[in-house]
Design a protein around this ligand. Sequence first.
Ligand code: HEM
Length: 222
Amino acid sequence: MALNFLFYRKSLIALTGLFLCVFLVVHLSANAILLLPNDIASELYNSYSHTLRENPLITVVAYVLYISIVLHAVVALLITLHNRKAKPQKYIMDKSQQNSSWYSKNMGILGTLILIFIIIHLANFWARIKLGIGEEVLLDKNGYKDVFSVTYELFQNIWFVLFYSILAIPLAFHLYHGLKSGFKTLGFYHKKGLRILAKVSLIYAIIMGVGFGIIPIVVYFK
Ligand code: HEM
């Protein structure tokens, strides 16, 4: 019974986590446009953002994304609480200290930092652009919402630049361990395959961490 509880919940975390990993690839590719010279970047970024917002299929995917973020966070919290209840006291000789890395043991803390990041990030962009909350988003010369200017202005504030760039570090560690263990949870046990997967996860996490971390800095200095 307890094993079933863990199995289904861990599988749900793995599936939603893998979906979020795919979202991040698409999101980073879109945001890489910000690295281009401003005159090219502004038109491209605004028309890309407009196309996504107006596409009904992407709207459905966006709802799956919101549900995945909530499920991923809530179920991870439930498992953490369940594990604490089952193991309230630390073992006197905690062997896990020797066998696993600090980030694999602190996925909850890393995940919480990322959740705080996502909440602030959605308030910065999504709430303003999609829900129309806060300062009005102006239109560009093509009549599209000027998402580029919203982003550019935010990254003229050094505190937001630091916040976004520093939070890319826990994001990278969370993704590295999450991607590796997500496949294992879903039943991928091939030994050599797992070694390759660990390398792929490392490369993926570095690209995501460096990519999301560097964009605000480049925009700030442009
Ligand atoms: C350089 C860093 C980033 C920039 C410049 C950025 C920019 C944006 C912008 C402009 C939007 C609104 C898009 C629109 O509605 O047209 C958005 C939405 C979003 N971002 Fe980011 N983002 C960054 C990093 C991240 C990271 C690291 C995550 C997750 C850990 C993330 C998660 C999301 C989510 C979940 C949405 C809502 C998506 C939707 O409604 O379709 N973003 N981002």
